[in-house]
Design a protein around this ligand. Structure first.
Ligand SMILES: [Zn+2]
Length: 81
């Protein structure tokens, strides 16, 4: 639904626009994060509990805004199919 994916790397939950394989980025996969780093993904369950990277969070909200606006218009009946 959104163009980005969340990916835990090095102690924070980052967001990335890299194409994501089904099941998530395998541990060790280098991803480009929205905060402008190249980091190895950590697909362990514990890694998902890491805090969200603030710059990635800001950028993710900016990218998600058009999708959320579309959803709002559909829910309000402003757009019909
Ligand atoms: Zn980040």
């Amino acid at each position: 639904m959104y163009p980005f994916h969340w990916v835990p790397c090095e102690g924070s939950r980052h967001a990335s626009l890299d194409a994501r394989p089904a099941g998530g980025y395998p541990t060790g996969t280098e991803v480009t994060t929205l905060c402008g780093k190249r980091l190895p993904a950590d697909n362990s369950e514990l890694a998902w509990l890491w805090p969200t990277c603030p710059p990635c969070n800001r950028e993710a909200h900016r990218l998600a805004a058009p999708a959320l606006e579309l959803q709002r218009r559909i829910l309000n009946g402003l757009i019909r199919f």
